[in-house]
Design a protein around this ligand. Structure first.
Ligand code: HEC
Ligand code: HEC
Length: 201
């Protein structure tokens, strides 16, 4: 009986692995349309287009659904998501989440990057919580909790998202976690932390 059970578990695990490979392969084929902006491996070369490599598959799926359903708005990205089925989203998320994220070289002087590091690790007084508390000390997020991977993201995109959370234009964050954080940040703090994140090793 024990043996039978072991065989059964083995087969079941094999099926899951097989299905994941199938999603990845299908996603790779479907990702061609995304590559023009996000890069073939999800590491976009243009600062206004986010890197999507290494983002958690669940996070990618939630954002694509939010664009498709109109909860997250962007005149460039929304039409791209509108064309995707649930199956497409599952496959494309499997492909991009398995890619390795590259780092950028911060454009700001070292003292600005250092200021960003202090903010990222420790926050600012009582008003701005430490980013590391949710996004992790190295910025690689906590997928189970829905905190996305940030490390290596283009500074321009990070700063834009912080401004969008601050104004409420982006409201995809559960329990207003990012809106309340960004609401307290000055433009100087937004730019400094964004410069730190893009090169975070
Ligand atoms: C014409 C350029 C363009 C194309 C093509 C494009 N995107 Fe985007 N995408 C964007 C822009 C711009 C944003 C950022 C929107 C914002 O500022 O909120 C974005 C954001 C995203 C995000 C959110 C990233 C994050 O960190 O929250 C995901 C996921 C995404 N795109 C996936 C895709 C997928 C999958 C495809 C292909 C089906 C695709 N995109 C095609 C321009 C594009
Ligand atoms: C209480 C937890 C929490 C804290 C603290 C926090 N974040 Fe977030 N952050 C989140 C969550 C949750 C999301 C995902 C929102 C969503 O699903 O759209 C997010 C999303 C983001 C995004 C968008 C990522 C993307 O790919 O589009 C950026 C940028 C960001 N956070 C930066 C920061 C910075 C900088 C700090 C520190 C000043 C910070 N966060 C502090 C929880 C947190």
């Amino acid at each position: 009986m024990k043996r039978l059970l072991a065989v059964f578990v083995l087969i079941a695990n094999g099926d899951i692995a097989h299905a994941e490979t199938a999603f990845y392969k299908a996603g790779q084929a479907k990702s061609a349309v995304c590559a023009g902006c996000h890069g073939p491996d999800g590491n976009s070369m243009m600062p206004m287009f986010p890197k999507i490599a290494e983002l958690d598959a669940g996070y990618i799926s939630r954002q694509l659904q939010a664009f498709r359903e109109g909860q997250r708005q962007d005149p460039v990205m929304a039409p791209m998501a509108a064309a995707l089925s649930d199956e497409d989203i599952r496959d494309i998320a499997a492909f991009f989440s398995a890619q390795k994220r590259t780092l950028d070289i911060p454009a700001a002087p070292p003292e600005v990057v250092a200021r960003g590091e202090v903010l990222f690790r420790g926050g600012e007084g009582v008003s701005v919580p430490a980013c590391a508390g949710c996004h992790g000390a190295r910025g690689d997020g906590m997928p189970q909790a829905g905190y996305p991977y940030l490390r290596g993201q283009h500074a321009d995109y990070v700063a834009k998202q912080l401004r969008d959370f601050k104004s409420g234009a982006r409201n995809t964050d559960a329990a207003k976690m990012m809106r309340t954080t960004a609401a307290q940040m000055t433009e100087e703090e937004i730019n400094a932390v964004a410069q730190y994140i893009c090169g975070l090793e």
